[in-house]
Design a protein around this ligand. Structure first.
Ligand SMILES: [Zn+2]
Length: 213
């Protein structure tokens, strides 16, 4: 892969984020159900003028284009349904992705079933891809749509509901007090999460974006 080594730093499975994606079995849900994928190789801009989250780029090994990571995000509705990999809108190739350990085990065990349908499923998926990347918005980051505390509370709320659902699955009894405790716990956790996100998605120097906060 050709890239300017003075401008970018290569990131692969040895990076903590990528490694976490591989070893956390919970992320199998993101991969198998939602089709959210992480490329095997990313490039990180060495410049420190940009927000941390905006410094990640995705190189295509087929055409050597270096894509903005917002090519596959919520704003463009391209974050999910990438079961076979990340589609490259420049050359129609498929960028190879990491595989979560849980996904690997499930796919290995069920391989006698899906193996026979792999090719037609892949072709069907591939045929749908060009249309998904026609009008890409690479200016708007997913993080710009809401303020940090809105994102944090949203995440907290999601975790709160998920906790209740899990409690139900484990048939644990929950009281009003327990519910309240969970709620306060996740709201505080949410605000901390939102604040961490904010530090990762804001420019470390220079003017703040006017459309955020
Ligand atoms: Zn490409």
């Amino acid at each position: 892969m050709n890239y300017d080594k003075t401008k970018y730093r290569k990131i692969d499975w040895k990076h903590f984020m990528m490694f976490h994606w591989i070893i956390n079995p919970g992320l199998m849900i993101n991969e198998l159900i939602f089709g959210q994928r992480v490329p095997k190789v990313m490039l990180m801009e060495r410049s420190t003028k940009k927000a941390w989250a905006e410094r990640f780029k995705v190189p295509c090994p087929h055409c050597n284009n270096i894509h903005d990571n917002r090519t596959w995000n919520l704003t463009n509705k391209t974050m999910f349904k990438n079961w076979f990999g990340l589609y490259c809108p420049a050359c129609s190739g498929v960028i190879p992705c990491l595989m979560n350990i849980g996904t690997f085990v499930v796919l290995a065990v069920t391989s006698p079933i899906w193996y026979w349908f792999r090719k037609p499923l892949y072709n069907k998926w591939l045929a749908k891809q060009p249309g998904r990347y026609k009008n890409l918005d690479l200016e708007t980051s997913d993080f710009q749509k809401h303020t940090w505390w809105q994102q944090g509370l949203g995440w907290g709320m999601f975790m709160f509901v998920a906790t209740i659902l899990l409690d139900k699955i484990w048939s644990e009894e929950y009281t009003m007090q327990k519910l309240l405790f969970h709620f306060v716990w996740w709201m505080i956790g949410g605000l901390i999460f939102g604040f961490i996100l904010r530090t990762m998605t804001h420019k470390p120097t220079g003017k703040q974006r006017t459309n955020n906060i």
